[in-house]
Design a binder for this molecule. Structure first.
Ligand code: NAD
Ligand code: IPM
Ligand code: MN
Length: 365
């Protein structure tokens, strides 16, 4: 196959800026490697609320499903924070994940040698870190019912329900077992089984699946509070981590600081079949939106994951990752990565995109 239909979801905040940079880089890669990308844009998040009064319109869903793959930037912003739940950008993102069946979210936190000093942690702690967080994405307290805010005895009471079925745990455990077996062979399942019944079921099912069907994988379990601490204390003890939706959300943002910036962390959201959605782990960064300060590399590296997982072009994925590293070797840094007196050149989002696009066209393989 040499032509792919890719849906672009620029979303909100820094979304359009990092999307433009990513598109330019992928276009340069396609030209060099003799394949075509048919781009189509669709609406999600605040942009979709403003245009269609719906954070993930049916036509966006249909277009995503009809594509070979989907690249998402990020959604959200102050403007919509007071909207009712069904008219929030985040609701559109959750709807997209649920309706596309994207139950597995792979979030790799790999420390690049060029960025060791960008981390707030000590060099010896972060050097060589390579952790993959496998986050369940369509269950947990995000989707459980009942939920709401009710009047009880004269005061408001808010509640959500942390809920997982055996089959939901089973399928994410299989993805994690597969990922771990192709990496370092170590899987740490993170839960709160000392307190939560849903976590006890999680632990039991993960143990069953891994010991029966992935005997080559070395399985351990850790409580989430300890895991949050261990990730900072000595992250090199981890290879692959599997956890539920909310714990994975939190631990992956934490892991981004090992790498140096949330602006470096890509992800792949995949299901049983059909197109995946490739999305940076970060949000719409409203504090820097529209200022050409955003780091586009998390989205560019998400595009590399798209090439690997959806377009079946592992060599092109590797080339793209190499171009990103070459850009860092050349000493260009967006503000989130810049250290005082590091001898590097401060660039904006657009220039970082241009540098990577040029390198992707020129570097030797
Ligand atoms: P955020 O990830 O948007 O930003 C957190 C901090 O990291 C900010 O200081 C921001 O400037 C910085 N940052 C994030 N991405 C960056 C990048 N690429 N380059 C440089 N700096 C970057 O999280 P938040 O501020 O808690 O949330 C803002 C909005 O984004 C909210 O509406 C939230 O719901 C939404 N959000 C969306 C997604 C998504 O689209 N997948 C993910 C997280 C948060
Ligand atoms: C993420 C985000 C989303 C999540 C929000 C915006 C719904 O934080 O993609 O990590 O919690 O999954
Ligand atoms: Mn998050």
């Amino acid at each position: 196959k040499d032509s792919y239909a890719v849906t672009l979801l620029p979303g909100d905040g820094i979304g359009p800026e990092i999307t433009a940079a990513t598109k330019q880089v992928l276009q340069a890669l396609a030209t060099r490697c003799n394949f075509r990308i048919e781009w189509k844009e669709a609406l999600i998040g605040g942009a979709a609320i403003d245009a269609k009064n719906d954070p993930f319109p049916q036509e966006s869903l249909e277009q995503c499903l009809a594509s070979d793959s989907v690249l998402l930037a990020c959604i959200g912003g102050y403007k919509w924070d007071k909207n009712p739940r069904e008219l929030r950008p985040e609701t559109g993102l959750l709807k997209m994940r649920k309706e596309m069946g994207l139950f597995a979210n792979l979030r790799p936190a790999k420390v690049l040698p060029q960025l060791i000093d960008a981390s707030t942690l000590k060099r010896e702690v972060v050097e060589g870190v390579d952790v993959m967080v496998v986050r369940e994405l369509t269950g947990d307290v995000y989707f459980g019912t009942p939920k709401g805010i009710d009047m009880v005895n004269g005061q408001r009471v808010g509640y959500n329900n942390m809920i997982y079925s055996e089959s939901e745990i089973d399928r994410i455990a299989r993805v994690a077992g597969d990922v771990a077996s192709k990496r370092g062979g170590k899987l740490c399942s993170v839960d709160k089984a000392n307190v939560l019944d849903v976590s006890q079921l999680w632990r039991d099912v993960v143990t069953d699946v891994i010991t029966k069907d992935f005997p080559e994988v070395e399985l351990s379990h850790m409580y989430v509070d300890n895991a949050a601490m261990q990730l900072i204390r000595w992250p090199k003890q981890f290879d692959t981590i599997v956890c539920g939706n909310i714990f994975g959300d939190i631990l992956s943002d934490e892991a981004s600081m090992l790498v140096g910036s949330l602006g470096m962390l890509p992800s792949a959201s995949i299901g049983e079949s059909g197109p995946g959605v490739f999305e940076p782990c970060h949000g719409s960064a409203p504090d820097i939106a529209g200022q050409d300060k955003a780091n586009p590399l998390a989205m560019i590296l998400s595009a590399a994951m798209m090439l690997q997982y959806d377009l079946d072009r592992p060599e092109e994925a590797a080339l793209l990752e190499k171009a990103v590293e070459a850009a860092l070797d050349a000493g260009v840094r967006t503000p989130d990565l810049k250290q005082d007196n590091d001898g590097c050149k401060l660039v904006g989002c657009a220039e970082m995109g241009q540098v990577v696009a040029k390198l992707v066209a020129e570097i030797e393989v």
